[in-house]
Design a protein around this ligand. Structure first.
Ligand code: KG4
Ligand code: ZN
Length: 352
């Protein structure tokens, strides 16, 4: 079965051809980082306009690189939730047009769920139940996975996502957008001291499997830029803003490494708790842009080894947004009888 995947939920326009839910015949991703760089984050209107420009060339490249004709496509899978509504609509409209003109079925795929399929591409299905961990720019969630299609959410962030925290810290340190890969790189400088700053590791309540990343971001802000001036007391002169040392390369590097250590620790604490509380996992499945992080990858390897479970983590190209994961999970959904009609909507929130 040859499935064409389409993805446009945020700032990547992607298309992919996947055969039988496993073999990635092509995976094309057009990023728009440079368009959003000066704003320090994704601007929705700019994103949807760029998707409109990229979608047809990206679809054509995916077909050409797979060495097939459009007539060989058996079905279309499209990421239709969650994401920016204007961005989602571009991919969804293209998918509907293709499905109608080719006369093939279409299925809508949840983007967050698809991140957990990214590591399964190109291999046999792993053993279930598995602990699924999605760490991306928009989500930080833990799932019990009884199959690749059957998820129960165990916990999620109550404020910022881990990738969002990386990006905000990147912006505070003036590293540009997206900050995640740049913090990763800076933290790998041999001179970096990841104990230089003791940033808070959020644990929430004793049993909680939820996450919180807004406190650490504020703590980095105050360390890098100083606390804002406290309000003036009645009849007294204004109190000064806290002075902090100059943000030199060395200081940025140490802040980046210390932030990364604390942010990843907050993740591993909750994964450890999930193993303790749920017990019977046979596999640890990780996905989402932050699974490209060097420290995350080594920590996931360590946890899997210590917990005696197999680790499934995507190859680098499939960590960040791509359409191969959409086509892969879409194939599984189609094979189990799911299809959608042209009333399929773009939805900003996840279903899982
Ligand atoms: O999965 P993704 O492409 O988009 C969403 O679904 O959100 O994830 C993007 C996120 C961004 O926050 C980006 O900074 C982060 O993944 N990211 C990284 C790394 N590579 C990408 N974060 C830390 N270290 C990395 N190497
Ligand atoms: Zn994503």
């Amino acid at each position: 079965m040859i499935v064409l995947g389409v993805e446009s939920s945020c700032d990547e326009t992607a298309a992919s051809i996947v055969e039988n839910g496993r073999v990635v015949r092509s995976s094309i991703v057009a990023s728009q980082y440079e368009l959003h760089e000066e704003f320090g984050g994704v601007v929705p209107e700019i994103a949807s306009r760029a998707h409109e420009q990229h979608i047809l060339p990206v679809l054509k490249d995916a077909i050409d690189q797979a060495g097939i004709n459009l007539s060989q496509v058996d079905a279309i899978a499209v990421g239709h939730r969650p994401g920016l509504i204007g961005s989602l609509l571009v991919g969804l409209s293209a998918a509907k047009a293709l499905s109608w003109s080719l006369g093939v079925p279409m299925v809508g795929v949840d983007h967050v769920h698809a991140h957990l399929y990214a590591g399964i591409l190109g291999r046999e299905l792993p053993a279930f139940p598995a602990l699924g961990v999605v760490i991306s720019g928009g989500h930080t969630s833990l799932y019990r996975m009884d199959s690749e299609m059957n998820l129960t959410r165990l916990g999620a962030t109550i404020d910022d996502a881990i990738g969002e925290a990386f990006d905000k810290v990147g912006a505070i340190l003036g590293l540009g957008h997206p900050g995640g890969p740049r913090i990763d790189e800076l933290a790998q400088d041999p001179g970096a001291n990841d104990r230089a700053f003791d940033f808070p590791v959020s644990r929430l309540s004793k049993e909680s499997l939820d996450f919180s990343y807004s406190g650490i971001k504020t703590s980095v802000l105050y360390t890098a830029k100083g606390r804002p001036a406290p309000p003036a007391l009645k009849g007294k002169p204004p109190r000064p803003k806290q002075e902090v040392p100059e943000l030199t390369y060395e200081r940025k590097r140490d802040i980046a490494a210390s932030f990364q250590r604390a942010a990843v620790k907050a993740l591993t604490v909750k994964i450890g708790r999930a193993f303790e509380q749920e017990g019977d996992f046979k596999t640890l499945i990780v996905g989402g842009g932050v699974s490209a992080n060097t420290l995350v990858r080594s920590e996931m390897t360590r946890i899997a080894l210590e917990s005696n479970v197999e680790l499934i983590i995507p190859e680098m190209a499939h960590c960040v947004d791509n359409a191969a994961m959409i086509a892969g999970l879409g194939t599984k959904l189609l094979q189990s009888g799911h299809t959608d009609d042209f009333s399929l909507s773009a939805i900003p929130t996840t279903a899982c």
